[in-house]
Write a protein that binds this ligand. Structure first.
Ligand SMILES: Cc1cc2nc3c(=O)[nH]c(=O)nc-3n(C[C@H](O)[C@H](O)[C@H](O)COP(=O)(O)O)c2cc1C
Length: 366
């Protein structure tokens, strides 16, 4: 990497863009009570004691006079589903707050709904900084929603995932789904597996951006329901397929969805904590057995009848789960025991596909 001393604004901007930041909307209210807001990623922490933060504003900003003249500002740290809010406040226009849900904070500053966190600040200093002005604020009030923050780098919005998995996290940077070759190979195997397992419905799923997603069904002559369509997203905590992904994918990929699912679950257990404890027990069993189950005492929300389902992980040559192979049938035709003939046959079939994937990758590499 060679350093250059003469560079153009574009090059400087590109280099600065490699510093990935969160995205904030800084807000204030002017002397006549009008609310102003600016998308800004120049926000930074300065000091913990006293609690100080800064952000810098372009002198050409339309709202410069409003921020310059106000004693307060709020920093709204946007959540990962607020790209539209970021884009909205990044455009100069009148009345940016019309239709934008917000409340009032210290000094009347607008606090946006739905943010990952916010800080209400009293402005304590203002320094010239070239074509920008730097504002320092003393933090008066804070709040945090627990939502994942939006990130920004190299001119693009990004999603911030924890990087605590070592090499696995690096591989997951591309969230390593089953590639087309692997899917084709598994789909080709499914009619044979269906015949071997008997009159039950088979399903192949991948980890999609909304969780466990069916991509191929091998219906039996007695299909379990009319709902067997590719693209069907299954519950991560209640379906056998979802539980297989939750047990065998790295937790960083699944934890958010698990939390959400447990929160909205209508299961008999009353509190989220009780549901969490029961789910953790289930996960232990699934990992021990190598197979996930969902035994249907009550009608399944997908199939509308009581079904029993089992799911086994298909892993690639690196041992990472890339697909789930699942079998389901109405409870009267498929026993609920996890070590019955059908689930054992399913696990063998999933292992066989995993081996074929490893072998075929070795062949591609050779
Ligand atoms: C991700 C992102 C970060 C930005 N960061 C800043 C910033 O730190 N300071 C700034 O003055 N403008 C920043 N901008 C540009 C302003 O949001 C934009 O100029 C806006 O129109 C200013 O609003 P105003 O003209 O109504 O004051 C950023 C824009 C984006 C999309």
């Amino acid at each position: 990497m060679e350093a250059i001393a003469s560079f153009e604004a574009r090059q400087l901007r590109d280099v600065l863009g490699t510093f990935v930041t969160g995205v904030t909307v800084v807000t204030t209210r002017d002397a006549s009570g009008v609310a102003h807001g600016v998308t800004a990623n120049s926000f930074s922490s300065v000091s913990l004691d006293p609690p100080l933060v800064l952000w810098s504003q372009s002198l050409s900003s339309r709202s410069y006079e409003a921020f310059h003249g106000s004693d307060h500002f709020a920093v709204n740290i946007l959540a990962d589903d607020q790209i539209d809010v970021s884009n909205h406040f990044a455009k100069s226009r009148d009345d940016k707050f019309s239709g934008m849900a917000h409340t009032s904070g210290v000094g009347g500053v607008p606090v946006l709904d739905g943010a990952a966190a916010h800080l209400e600040c009293v402005k304590v200093a203002e320094y010239p900084g070239g074509d920008h002005v730097v504002y320092i604020g003393r933090v008066a009030r804070i709040a945090q929603s627990g939502q994942r923050p939006l990130a920004f780098g190299s001119g693009k919005y990004m999603v911030a995932y924890a990087h605590d998995l070592g090499p696995t996290a690096l591989r997951l940077g591309t969230s390593k789904p089953a590639d087309l070759r692997a899917i084709r190979l598994a789909v080709d195997e499914m009619p044979g597996i269906a015949t071997a397992l008997g009159e039950h419905t088979l399903c192949l799923s991948v980890w999609g951006n909304h969780g466990p997603t069916a991509i191929h069904w091998e219906p039996s002559r007695q299909p379990v329901s009319e709902q067997l369509r590719p693209g069907l997203v299954m519950s991560i905590t209640r379906s056998a397929t979802g539980r297989a992904f939750a047990a065998f994918l790295p937790e960083a990929m699944t934890s958010r969805l698990v939390e959400e699912d447990l929160r909205v679950s209508t299961a008999a257990r009353e509190t989220t904590e009780e549901r969490r404890a029961a789910f953790d027990d289930t996960m232990r069993l699934v990992r021990e057995r190598g197979i996930a189950t969902a035994v249907g005492a009550s009608p399944s929300p997908i199939h509308q009848i009581a079904v029993n389902a089992f799911s086994a992980p298909v892993v690639d040559a690196d041992g990472q789960m890339v697909m789930a192979l699942s079998v389901t049938s109405c409870a009267g035709r498929l026993g609920a025991e996890w070590d019955g003939e059908v689930p054992r046959g399913l696990a063998v079939a999933a292992n066989r596909i995993s081996t074929m994937l490893a072998v075929s990758r070795a062949e591609v590499a050779a």
